[in-house]
Design a protein around this ligand. Structure first.
Ligand code: SF4
Length: 719
């Protein structure tokens, strides 16, 4: 291994061994080098095909996570629910968990123990967690926090294309698209290195259309920005298709040759005339025409969605409406064309493929399909009858915690739901009602603070494992440094617990061994990893799934010849616009939408502990238009209280003309009294069970007396 010299985030020179790996955060999974020398670690650029050496501020400062003072290095136990956490040995902690699980299941049945995973866990962890739930615990009650991120795009992709892979093409295809329509994604802040593809597209003469209620950093780079009312995406998509139809821009030969179901969509979009869509969405008729003509007349075009349309109570419909548009224009299944979802969480793609979803077995197999069950039972060496059936989605699972007939003991891995779940005050009360809560994490997150047992785990650069990025490219994260004494990997924890629970099946704890089993379990499934090996990933800068066998080249571009449905044709789905579950009224007169800022990742449990990132974005805030703020008597940096039907939160006001006058925006990265998820609406999409994070009705008031007392004062502090 070569040695090089670089400067760390505090400008100290570090000379040492170089390990090629990937960033710990988002789904772009930027390639980076880690340089380590006797405990000092620095990030250095790495020429990797997706980020081409670029990193955002989060990536550059990621090494600070490894030496953070707040790192957990010993198991913690709470002896009684009112008491404090104390240090314990691993044996004591694991014995206690096994005993509690056994007692709970004897008393209430197998389903009284639940598991919640995360979209940031490696493929190996996701796979073993799913196996642990079904084989060691025999519970159906498992789901993961990716349910709150990409589940609607996944469900829509499955319905329309037969296979859910976020981007069916590599990022390098983006510059070749003449027009790109990006709905509800702020790439410039959330995935800055990805902007180079959009910049290149426009340098080549391409056009970018952005749909967003805010003039985001990404919208500022667009040729056309449609500043729609939150929750009206399906109306806009249908309106664009209505105009394209009227202007003769549809590709009828593509519709005839490669799709089914167009006629029903034609009938539905006939009633989405531009003036009606303007009334619903606030997007001017002239802009609707301009967008429809741009995308309809282009020889190549892509339609990309992110959390904007995807985190709503009608979000599968929203995504299907955009897919309808792509199909009708013949902008799918061709080079430099297609619909794609910009996956957000680090392993948001792999995390939804290998069995931690309530309805799923590894390889994107279905737990309610007899052939799928029999195949996976064979790999696991269990009787197929012993496998539980489908469980409940993440919010539904959390909603039953501690209730009669619900989950009484919960194992939580890689998720900080007190900050990231909708209606967070309710979720906090449900967690408090549990008989027993176990959290495996490397920091004492807000959720870990509520646990009966906390297990300290290794983190990204201290363990091997694979991640699948937003392109469907399987990547290798390598162990670059030794973990601190006293921590264990999630795989070791699952293996040790399975043994203590008397499980006879094998639970390997080495990442490579788990991946070999995952390859077998996924063989023949939709997400087939059987041809992917650690060696191939390293030699080929990642391998795209499906990859059916070691001689298979991997599949960078999907759907060029056929879609993933049984007949190879994509499916249209007629979609009617329906308003969000809540719209403003006299009591709650504004829309509230939520999202991210550049400095932080998800619940902020990691990024809030990195000095430069905390300094860049130290506290929760709400963005409000200056004219709206004047009406409420609010000036910039005033402390305000936001109230919805679920609770209230207190934060600073930031005045910005970049947001619609009727809308407030607040990022969700902080705990405590400024948690915006105390306010969000858990109205679920009927298909994907995605909560409506992006739209609810809210009231804003200035707090005059500087006493930020709030009805929903949280029992745990955020930091
Ligand atoms: Fe890249 Fe995302 Fe990491 Fe930033 S946070 S460096 S965009 S992987």
């Amino acid at each position: 291994m070569e040695a090089i010299s670089v400067r760390d985030s505090e400008d100290r020179e570090v000379t040492g061994r170089v390990t090629a790996t990937h960033c710990p955060y988002c789904a772009l999974q930027c390639g980076m080098n880690l340089v380590s020398d006797n405990g000092t670690i620095a990030v250095a650029p790495r020429a990797f095909p997706t980020n081409k050496g670029g990193l955002c501020q989060k990536g550059w400062t990621a090494a600070e996570l490894l030496s953070n003072r707040e790192r957990l290095t010993t198991p913690l136990i709470r002896d009684d629910r009112a008491g404090a956490l104390r240090s314990a040995t691993w044996d004591e902690a694991l014995d206690r968990i096994a005993a509690k699980i056994t007692l709970t299941q004897e008393r209430y049945g197998a389903d009284a123990v639940g598991v919640l995973g995360g979209g940031g866990l490696t493929n190996e962890k996701v796979y073993l967690l799913g196996k642990f739930a079904r084989v060691a615990l025999r519970t159906s009650k498992i789901d993961y926090n990716g349910r709150f991120c990409m589940s609607s795009a996944a469900a829509a992709g499955l319905r329309a294309y037969g296979i859910d892979r976020g981007l069916p093409f590599p990022l390098e295809d983006i510059p070749g698209a003449e027009v790109i329509l990006l709905a509800g994604g702020n790439v410039a802040e959330t995935m800055p290195p990805m902007m180079q593809y959009f910049d290149e597209q426009r340098r080549r003469g391409g056009r970018l259309i952005v749909l967003d209620p805010r003039v985001t950093a990404t919208a500022r780079t667009a040729n056309l920005h449609l500043q729609l009312t939150p929750g009206t995406d399906a109306a806009v998509a249908n309106g664009l298709l209505h105009i394209a139809t009227a202007e003769g821009l549809l590709d009828h030969s593509f519709i005839a040759a490669r799709t089914t179901g167009y006629e029903a969509v034609r009938r539905v979009v006939a009633s989405y005339w531009p003036e009606r869509v303007e009334r619903i969405s606030g997007v001017p008729v002239a802009q609707l025409y301009e967008a429809a003509r741009l995308i309809g007349r282009a020889s190549t075009a892509m339609i990309l969605t992110a959390r904007g349309p995807e985190q709503q109570s009608r979000s599968v419909d929203n995504v299907l409406a955009f897919i309808n548009l792509a199909l009708a224009l013949g902008k799918a299944g061709k080079p430099h064309c297609g619909y794609g979802c910009l996956t957000g969480q680090g392993n948001g793609q792999g995390g939804r493929e290998h069995g931690q979803k309530a309805d799923q077995l590894p390889g994107y197999r279905r737990i309610d399909n007899a052939a799928d069950r029999a195949y996976v039972a064979g790999v696991w060496g269990v009787d197929v009858e012993s496998l539980p059936g489908p469980g409940h989605s993440a919010y539904e699972l959390l909603d039953t915690l501690g209730t009669e007939g619900g989950v009484r003991a919960l194992l939580l891995m890689g998720s900080n739901v007190i900050v990231s779940a909708p209606n967070a005050g309710h979720i906090e009360r449900r967690l408090a009602a549990l008989d027993f809560l176990v959290v495996a994490d490397f920091f004492l997150s807000e959720t870990a603070q509520m646990a009966d047992v906390v297990l300290p785990t290794t983190q990204w650069a201290e363990e091997d494992g694979t991640m699948t990025n937003l392109e469907g490219r399987v990547l290798l994260r390598r162990r670059a440094v030794k973990p601190p004494l006293g921590v264990r990997t999630d795989l070791e924890i699952l293996s040790a617990l399975a043994e203590r629970l008397g499980c006879r099946q094998s639970f390997p704890y080495e990442a490579r061994g788990v991946f070999e089993e995952l390859r077998r379990a996924s063989a023949g499934g939709a997400a087939d990893y059987s041809g992917i090996t650690y060696e191939r990933i390293a030699a080929e800068d990642g391998v795209f799934w499906p990859c059916a066998g070691v001689g298979h080249p991997g599949t960078a571009r999907m759907f060029l010849d056929r879609f993933g449905t049984p007949d190879g044709r994509a499916r249209f789905h007629p979609v009617e616009y329906r308003p969000p579950a809540e719209v403003p009224d006299a009591e709650y007169p504004m829309y509230l939408t939520t999202g991210r800022v550049m400095a932080h990742y998800q619940s902020g449990s990691q990024t809030r502990r990195v000095t430069a990132l905390d300094k860049a974005a130290p506290e929760p805030f709400v963005e409000i238009h200056p004219a709206a703020a004047r009406g409420f008597g609010i000036a910039t940096n005033d402390t305000v209280r936001l109230t919805t039907r679920r609770g209230c939160a207190v934060m600073k006001a930031h005045l910005s003309a970049a947001i619609r006058m009727d809308t407030l925006f607040s990022p969700f990265h902080w705990g405590g009294i400024g948690r915006v998820n105390l306010l969000t609406n858990p109205a679920l999409d009927p298909i994907s069970k995605m909560p409506e994070f992006k739209v609810c009705a809210v009231r804003i008031q200035k707090i005059e007396d500087h006493n930020p007392a709030c009805m929903a004062a949280p029992p745990v502090g955020g930091n």
